[in-house]
Design a protein around this ligand. Sequence first.
Ligand code: ADP
Ligand code: 5GP
Length: 189
Amino acid sequence: MGKKGIIFVVSAPAGTGKTTLVRMLQDEFPNVIESISYTTRKKRPQEIPGRDYYFITHQEFEQKIQDGEFLEYAEVFGQYYGTSRKFLNEQQKIGNHVILVIDTQGAMYLKEKIQAVFIFIRPPSMEVLKERLIARKSESDEAIAERLLWAKKEIECMKSYDYEIVNDRLDHAYDVLRSIIIAETHRIK
Ligand code: ADP
Ligand code: 5GP
């Protein structure tokens, strides 16, 4: 009774499938809430403001940094992304578990700051990752090349996480992810 919600930090190279997997979790577990980050990057056509991100300007983002509104923030592919401290506190207070889908820089920073379960999702191979990025049709060839280069660096951070999930077959990867959530939310200590 009155137990504070757990924080799950999920990272994966762009195109691995983290958005897909976290959406599945939210459909199954009503008390698992994805934190909505602020970003300065442009909205993709299929994205909805307030569901996928809060899209703001560089100036607005910098003001929020000055006001201490971010639990963490990072620059990824030339754009700012940040986690709202207020959103997280409010959700935890009412007993919800919160998932932060953030990059490895933000995750490594939070490792020193907060208690959380760190989950790394990786693609079965770099070739498959490239295929998924191409299939998603949301980035230019240049942006895909940049993401693949950065993916190699992110995969090197995997050893600092608590769990590793390979997103080969979606149903298998989802089984592992939901098992981690179920186990961690039933932990006594
Ligand atoms: P991320 O959020 O990690 O950038 P997305 O969830 O947007 O990745 O997934 C990238 C693309 O790969 C999407 O088109 C998605 O439908 C597809 N995808 C996700 N998981 C799998 C999988 N296990 N097998 C095949 N395609 C997948
Ligand atoms: P995308 O632009 O593809 O949605 O996200 C690019 C990267 O930014 C992904 O690795 C994503 O997890 C990360 N990201 C999204 N929100 C945040 C955030 O609030 N903080 C940090 N550090 N990274 C974020």
